[in-house]
Design a protein around this ligand. Structure first.
Ligand SMILES: [Zn+2]
Length: 91
């Protein structure tokens, strides 16, 4: 669980944070308040994965294409999950 910026308790479900993007709100299971991520930090976290998936369009080998796509996809899940800070939103 991730720490909620409102009540400072671990009330945000990891799965919710995975699919969280700017404009989408995550509800806290402890206090019920909403939080979200901000564009700059979200974009930075998405960048490495996007670069890998873009690079996959230009490689000749199918093995490399799959490898790049899969690593890019994983990075786009893991990096925002771990490094994008949550901000308070008013539901
Ligand atoms: Zn909370």
């Amino acid at each position: 669980m991730f720490r909620c910026p409102h009540c400072d308790k671990p009330g945000i479900k990891p799965l919710r944070k995975v699919i969280l993007s700017p404009g989408l709100l995550a509800g806290c299971t402890v206090c019920g308040e909403f939080s979200s991520v901000r564009y700059p930090s979200w974009l930075i976290a998405m960048l490495p994965g996007s670069v890998l998936m873009l690079a996959a369009l230009f490689v000749e080998s199918e093995t490399w294409e799959w490898g790049l796509n899969i690593s890019g996809f994983l990075l786009m899940i893991v990096l925002p999950l771990l490094f994008t800070p949550l901000h308070k939103e008013n539901g």
